[in-house]
Design a protein around this ligand. Structure first.
Ligand SMILES: NC(=O)c1ccc[n+]([C@@H]2O[C@H](COP(=O)([O-])OP(=O)(O)OC[C@H]3O[C@@H](n4cnc5c(N)ncnc54)[C@H](O)[C@@H]3O)[C@@H](O)[C@H]2O)c1
Length: 361
């Protein structure tokens, strides 16, 4: 099998790239892709949550510079950038869970808003860093439960503490861009800062609580019914490699034309890849070959958005980015990661999935 996964024309080869949140679900996949393209990868994040996390089972700690630290510590974040001098920063570290944010709202804001500001300030202090891609979420928009996908120029908002913290992070990113990284003054600061909003991301190696795929897998493994809290909720599902391909392409374009692409970008699925929670869980059961769903919806449960879609026209037309997989393909690849134990090494499994993914267009 040809395992060349560089679809970015050698851009990342020998670049120093900092990934915050490298021990997490999306961060670990991003590090694998970057390593495979010859980048020198530095990670800053907390310890992985479980021994089964993608970061752990792929043995990533020994393949990259693995720094464990808290982005709420501004001095630490700055010291990491000054020591390693990254060309590009992908900022993914966050408290990313809606339901947990109701339990720890202050911490959610500290990490998601102040943590983001600390990363922006560190980028400001590090002359070598040219690009910052700051990851927020589809939930940063003021959710009107509308049937149309949100566009990048719509207002920020968010009902729960997680969503609103990401809306607030977006406002901070835009403010820092206007104040310190203004494209008008590019010759003076030499930096390009963008934000990226993805949909509901699924993929192997995620064991987070209250996310549909890990919830399904845990229940199937335990031989108990899969409890579905919001069966009718509609989400923009996408495989983890979809938004990552968008982030990687965006950073390359920003490097080439720094004053053109320093804005907010949506990286969601095509409209025909939108499905309910129940449909996605049913697809997991089908692919896994076992499992049973039970509807546990309760009208008094914590508020979670019921309808959320992203409009990806801008990324499609201006970056030339396209989603590759339909929801069934994304679920099949994801379930394969959890139930196929043919490979003894998960790094190889991820790489094989990456090869399959990039051959999809
Ligand atoms: N998974 C999704 O469906 C989804 C959708 C849209 C956006 N996002 C965003 O993508 C990013 C990554 O999400 P994920 O799903 O990989 O989450 P994750 O929970 O798997 O990973 C989060 C990462 O952030 C790190 N982190 C958390 N608190 C930190 C702190 N105080 N200091 C340093 N590091 C800290 C963790 O150690 C981990 O490496 C987040 O910004 C999230 O909001 C995720």
């Amino acid at each position: 099998m040809n395992t060349n996964v560089d679809i970015f024309e050698g851009f990342y080869k020998d670049k120093t790239v900092l990934v915050t949140g490298h021990t997490g679900f999306k961060g670990s996949w991003l590090c694998i892709w970057l390593l495979e393209m010859g980048a020198k990868v530095i990670g800053l994040g907390l310890d992985p949550y479980t021994e089964r996390d993608n970061f752990v089972v792929c043995g990533l700690s020994s393949k990259m510079v693995d720094i464990r630290g808290d982005i709420r510590d501004a001095a630490l974040v700055k010291s990491v950038l000054l020591k390693y001098q990254p060309d590009v920063v992908f900022h993914l570290a966050a408290q990313p869970l809606v339901r947990l944010s109701y339990d720890i709202p202050v911490e959610t804001y500290e990490v998601n808003v102040m943590g983001t500001i600390h990363v922006l300030e560190a980028i400001r202090a590090c002359e070598k860093t040219k690009i910052g891609v700051m990851i927020t979420t589809d939930k940063c928009y003021e959710n009107k439960e509308q049937i149309w996908g949100y566009r990048e120029n719509e207002p920020m908002g968010g009902h729960d503490p997680y969503s609103s913290s990401k809306g607030a992070a977006e406002i901070a990113i835009a403010s820092w861009r206007r104040s310190f990284f203004n494209p008008k003054d590019y010759e003076k600061h030499g930096k390009s800062i963008a934000s990226a909003r993805a949909g509901n991301v699924i993929g192997g190696g995620d064991w987070a609580k209250d996310r549909i795929i890990p919830d399904c897998i845990r229940a199937i493994e335990a031989g108990i019914p899969i409890e579905i809290r919001s069966p009718k909720a509609i989400r923009p599902w996408q495989h983890v490699l979809e938004p990552l391909s968008g982030y990687l392409l965006l950073a390359k374009r920003m490097w080439e034309e720094p004053t053109k692409y320093c804005e907010g970008w949506n990286f969601g699925p095509n409209a025909d890849s939108i499905a309910t929670v129940w449909e996605v869980a049913s697809e997991v059961v089908k692919c896994y070959g076992k499992g049973e769903l039970v509807d546990t919806s309760n009208p008094n449960d914590l508020h979670e958005a019921k309808l959320l879609m992203l409009d990806v026209s801008k990324a499609r037309w201006e970056l030339g980015w396209e989603p590759r997989l339909l929801v069934k393909g994304a679920v099949a690849l994801t379930t394969d990661w959890y139930c196929d134990n043919v490979y003894d090494h998960y790094y190889k499994k991820c790489l094989n999935q990456l090869v399959l993914f990039i051959s999809e267009i």
